[in-house]
Design a protein around this ligand. Structure first.
Ligand code: SAH
Length: 225
């Protein structure tokens, strides 16, 4: 998802009380090498020790914010790489001010700079970019490289919940999860006709769009090795 560049959007994001500021590491001016001062400090940021759950590639944030409304005793951090997309979530959150939500503009591959080992209770991946070319397989957010990064931040028995409409990405993710020793707790290739998994389902923006077009939604729940 990429929206056109929106003037002033970085400033709006930086000014929000609910976003995490990037700090220059000093070594390089490359944006994604910025350092973060939040790693290991999430209980301070939320001012409580409730579980922290994150969504990587949150888009405009409808899913994360609905989770946060339903579960005030859980903290949620939304991650999105494009500021033009994150802006939509920031604007909603600046109005609604859910105390258990924070938002970060960052590239997922730097996730281990932002969360310490065991700091995250669950990771949501919804409709992640499929990167269909084989040469780009390592960029898929469910590749074994990413799974290893996630293992480094999830607590023991921490989980990933993954949804996609893309059958190839789903099959790839299953292979990667097996290869990396993750336990597959649940999986379906037709989520919307699976009463158990649908019980607490919250539709994402992409899920609404693709299911209206008649596409089946695949879902998988994994547990950390
Ligand atoms: N989760 C939303 C959006 C899905 S589109 C929904 O289901 O409706 C995938 C989103 O992930 C896009 O907004 C894209 O910008 C973001 N994204 C893709 N790769 C990313 C990465 N490496 N790091 C952070 N965000 C990423």
């Amino acid at each position: 998802m990429r929206l056109r560049n929106i003037k002033g959007c970085r400033e709006i994001i930086a000014a929000s009380r609910y976003t995490i500021a990037e700090e220059r590491g000093g070594r390089t001016s490359f944006e994604d090498r910025y350092s973060w001062s939040v790693k290991g400090r999430w209980t301070e940021i939320f001012e409580n020790d409730h579980p922290v759950r994150i969504e990587i590639g949150m888009g405009k944030g409808a899913f994360l914010m609905e989770l946060a409304r339903r579960h005030p005793q859980i903290n949620y951090v939304g991650i999105e790489k494009y500021s033009s997309v994150l802006l939509r979530a920031v604007q909603k959150q600046d109005q609604e001010e859910l105390p258990n939500v924070r938002l970060i503009r960052m590239e997922a591959e730097n996730i281990n700079d932002v969360f310490a080992p065991g700091e995250v209770d669950r990771i949501y991946l919804n409709f992640s970019d499929p990167w269909p070319k084989e040469a780009h397989a390592s960029r898929r957010l469910t590749s074994r490289i990413f799974l290893e990064r996630y293992r480094g931040i999830l607590k023991e028995q921490g989980k990933i919940e993954f949804k996609t409409d893309n059958k190839e990405l789903f099959a790839f993710s299953m292979e990667e999860a097996n290869a990396a020793g993750w336990k597959i707790l649940a999986m379906t290739e037709d989520l919307h006709n699976d009463p158990d998994l649908m019980k607490d389902n919250i539709m994402t923006e992409y899920e609404t769009r693709w299911s209206q077009e008649g596409k089946a939604i695949c879902a998988m729940h994994l547990e950390r090795p």
